[in-house]
Ligand binder design. Sequence first.
Ligand SMILES: NC(=O)c1ccc[n+]([C@@H]2O[C@H](COP(=O)([O-])OP(=O)(O)OC[C@H]3O[C@@H](n4cnc5c(N)ncnc54)[C@H](O)[C@@H]3O)[C@@H](O)[C@H]2O)c1
Ligand SMILES: [Zn+2]
Length: 360
Amino acid sequence: MRLVTVPLRKRSYAIKVGGGLLSRLGVECARLKLGHRCAVITDSNVRRHFAQVAMKSLAGSGFDPFLVSVPAGEKSKCLAVVEKCLDRLASHRLERKSFVIALGGGVVGDLAGFVAATFLRGIPFVQVPTTLLAQVDSSVGGKTGVNLQAGKNLVGAFYQPQLVLCDLGTLKTLPKREYVSGLAEIIKYGIICDAKLFAQLERDLPAILRRDPKVLSRIIARCCEIKAGVVGQDETEGGRRAILNFGHTIGHAIENSFGYGKLLHGEAISIGQVAAVKLSREILGLPSGEVERIEKLFVGAGLPVTFKLNAAQYGKLFAAMKLDKKVSGGDVKFVLAKKIGRVVWGQNVSDSQIRHVMGC
Ligand SMILES: NC(=O)c1ccc[n+]([C@@H]2O[C@H](COP(=O)([O-])OP(=O)(O)OC[C@H]3O[C@@H](n4cnc5c(N)ncnc54)[C@H](O)[C@@H]3O)[C@@H](O)[C@H]2O)c1
Ligand SMILES: [Zn+2]
């Protein structure tokens, strides 16, 4: 098992990465010295695979758990489902020392974290992420929340978990497309922070695609360490945390304008990262050899790297980019790479430069 600490002084917590952790859930929670009643929030897919093991482990350690299952998918990240979950917590008489366990992907993590943050003005929660994206990204850092009709993640709270358990065994049942989508975030960490990790991903790609637990445990722990380090320096996204948005400016715009139902988040940010890398070559002189290596890794992982748009669609894309949170004072701000492992944020990029790299 590998251990990563998220350094947030009094709110510091451990991320544990390894095999068989789900069956140790009860033992791990017992160490936190919380109350004995807890809610396990999960979704309809994850429930089928893992709820029984989780509930048995908790009961075996003397906890009194109950299960709250929501429909799988992004639609459950909404206030109506938050209210249903809160009602269930109230009807089971959860109290201040009781706790919530998020068992699932990023949707369940964001939803259950927000439920925990708001019930009785905040009760403890534990993350058990079961998708690759959730293990390397959404379960770390304390962003919780849900969507509104007007847009994604518009309601939420910064609320840190007490513990994150990444059980590598849970990744075995993940559909291939979801798994590969998570790889886009992993490659991102290599580009923004760690050239050695990037080279390791190039070397170990076949083992990663086979979901080899030994290789995965090292890589997932390293990604959590990078995110933990960035979050530790900038918990609420005032500055350096922006580097985690590498590839997300164009990625989100593609997702918002054309992607829903068509592209997964990882697929959209794969396209966004390759575009950002090409902008980096033009603006910061990122060497062509590195641009090629990056593109090759995304393609080798099975991710899309281009998205063809006509003139009208391009207009829609640019409008979406201007609406994005990362715009300040009308300029679209980008995170760009100087070399693999080193990025800078707050870079102004012109409309024509974006048009050029997107091939529009
Ligand atoms: N809080 C953050 O910092 C942060 C960061 C990135 C993304 N997010 C959020 O995360 C969400 C996306 O997360 P996601 O990609 O994990 O999607 P998800 O939670 O919808 O999971 C993807 C699909 O896989 C299924 N699934 C989950 N684990 C499984 C397993 N082990 N075996 C089989 N099926 C399984 C789910 O039921 C779902 O159908 C988005 O809402 C996004 O906004 C949050
Ligand atoms: Zn992302």
